[in-house]
Design a protein around this ligand. Structure first.
Ligand code: HPA
Length: 274
């Protein structure tokens, strides 16, 4: 594990050699939700491949890059493209960038994702502020020897998503006229979508939306002491008794629509933080 601390330091030192800012917040932009990166000003862009110890991209994953700059005056480090567990990365690889964001000085992490809507009140393209999560990925990024310099062995999970930040986000949504729900995100490993029986079970467990990301990064963020704000965009409707086959192109188109909402909403949240 000491090896991990050294790798984090080396990655952070490299980023500092390219960008002299000190981020207040990290941002992880989910599938189809990269549009927000265009709102970042005074940017320095660093391809993941250049950063020491960053996982190397698999063929399918989009060219990932770190976008460092300012969002409404707040210094941020944004991941355009994340590492998914279903791509074959280990949980440690998936969450490494969060460790680096913390090492760079961030005290907050904003995460976004595309998710399937199981709450019957949710519609395509809706925004959900993540209130809580359920980890059904079958693995955990904190498994193994704990490095106490990075965080506690048994991190508390009574408030993984900052209530203060969620409240600010819901207020920002109201001011912008964007309808936003507050609900529970459930993470599965993927890559297949769920069967009707699985959606029925997951909904019964108390989840509003389901996706294949976010939870590992949030667990590590909590371990590292970061405040977290999370958003899901409902990209497909997962009602077990009216399920239609998913069309990835359609999901991406809906994500783009939702991404446009987040591109207005998240800067507004940052405006309120300053
Ligand atoms: N299930 C799991 N992950 C997803 C879904 C879904 O229905 N939609 C988008 N990501």
């Amino acid at each position: 594990m000491l090896g991990l601390a050294k790798q984090i330091d080396e990655a952070a030192a490299f980023i500092r050699s390219r960008w002299t800012g000190s981020p207040k917040s990290g941002l992880i932009l989910g599938t189809g939700l990269g549009g927000l990166a265009e709102e970042i000003t005074s940017k320095t862009i660093i391809p993941y491949a250049e950063i020491p110890h960053f996982p190397t991209s698999t063929v399918q994953s989009h060219a990932g890059q770190l976008v460092c700059g300012e969002l409404r005056g707040v210094p941020v480090v944004a991941m355009e493209g994340r590492f998914h567990f279903y791509e074959g990365y280990s949980m440690q690889q998936v969450t490494f960038p969060v460790r680096v964001m913390k090492a760079l000085g961030a005290d907050t992490l904003v995460v976004t994702n595309a998710a399937g809507g199981m709450n019957p009140h949710y519609e395509l393209g809706d925004v959900m502020v993540i209130d809580d999560h359920i980890n059904l990925m079958g693995d955990n990024p904190l498994r193994g020897i704990n490095d106490d310099t990075l965080g506690p062995r048994f991190p508390d999970m009574c408030e993984p998503y900052s209530r203060e930040l969620s409240t600010i986000a819901l207020q920002a949504a109201l001011e912008l006229g964007i309808q936003a729900h507050k609900g529970v995100f459930l993470a599965v490993a993927g890559p297949n979508l769920e069967t009707r029986a699985e959606y029925r079970m997951l909904r019964g467990m108390g989840a509003d939306v389901v996706g294949m990301s976010t939870v590992p990064e949030v667990i590590v963020a909590v371990h590292a002491g970061l405040k977290v704000l999370g958003f899901s965009i409902v990209t497909d409707i997962c009602l077990p008794d009216a399920l239609e086959p998913v069309d990835i192109q359609k999901i991406l188109a809906v994500a783009a629509r939702g991404g446009e909402k987040l591109s207005r909403l998240i800067p507004k949240v940052f405006e309120k933080l300053t």
